[in-house]
Design a protein around this ligand. Sequence first.
Ligand code: PLP
Length: 369
Amino acid sequence: MPNPKSTNTYQPGLSAELVKKKYAVSKVVKLASNENPLGPSLNAINAARQEILSLNRYPDGKCSDLIEEIRVYHKKYKLKTKNIIIGNGSNEILELIGRTFLAKNDEVIISKHAFLVYKMISNSMRAKIVEVNINKKNDASFMTVNLDSIKDSISSKTKVIFIANPSNPTGTIIDSKRLKEFLKSIPKKIIVVIDEAYIEYACYRGHKSALDLIKDFKNIIITRSFSKIYAIAGSRVGYGISQTDIIQKLNSMRQPFNVNQIAQIMAIKSLKDKKFLRDSLEINKTCYEYITKELDKDSIKYIDSYTNFITIYFGIDASVIFEGLLKKGIILRPLKNYGLPNYLRVTIGTMNECKLFIKNLRILLKRTR
Ligand SMILES: Cc1ncc(COP(=O)(O)O)c(C=O)c1O
């Protein structure tokens, strides 16, 4: 039974409109929510415009065309239609997992500083959260998921393990070989969620997706998002991939028309637009290199990221810097509620946005140091 008293609230990045009003700035640069700064693929925009004319009709409740497109996209993994479920953002898939597999007093294992939605979902199902330590060195820029700690925390009550790979807000990855060893070593009745919302950026740096592991491990669910590299966060689409029996269970928990038709068509067009994907990855790489080089020049520490964001360490309560940047119309993400009060997360924007960020950060740091 879900917990109606759960006091969970997710704090999204501040909106541009709010910052414009509050700080009386005419231009706002939003680097807070790991969105693709290029805007959606033009093909997706045009298809959405056309689709508006049919909004008197219900959407395809089975998302058949989108599932087929995803199957084709991942053809080397030989997925069947029944291996895929589409959600209203990948958050909906995470929520369906909670509602399907969690009940009161079940245990859920989550890493420290992990994506907060895992906690929200577990709390709402009255499950007990077992938060495990991560690998840390005496260096603020090193912070990776600790699979040994996760394994050591497994009990007879463990039902679900959530792992984001790459992780948010730290941006780090677990090597796929290491993940495979871990999966081999744990009880097969535990559902392991591998959240790959940022996987395209990691693959661009040579990392491997866990999709390779689907055939060998019947207990894993991989989630993917259209909100990051595919640039349609506002339309809300994501998907899950797993064994047919798990997908069937998840499907039985969802609303019949959970994904609207515009989101479906935009997702299809975004997947097809390989040039948009390449351009987005290339711009992200160039801008990542620019930001990190500039941070290095000033000896500012950050966590090496496999994503479209960088988590920067300031050595002091970073809210001063966050506020200072807001006054200049630049929105970052404070990480106090992730247990990282001395860090801020910056989404990699366009080169102009990144330059503006670095310029204003330098001015602020001169004042605070
Ligand atoms: C690790 C991770 N998983 C899932 C999501 C949710 O994405 P979606 O927009 O597809 O619901 C996010 C969004 O920030 C994320 O960072």
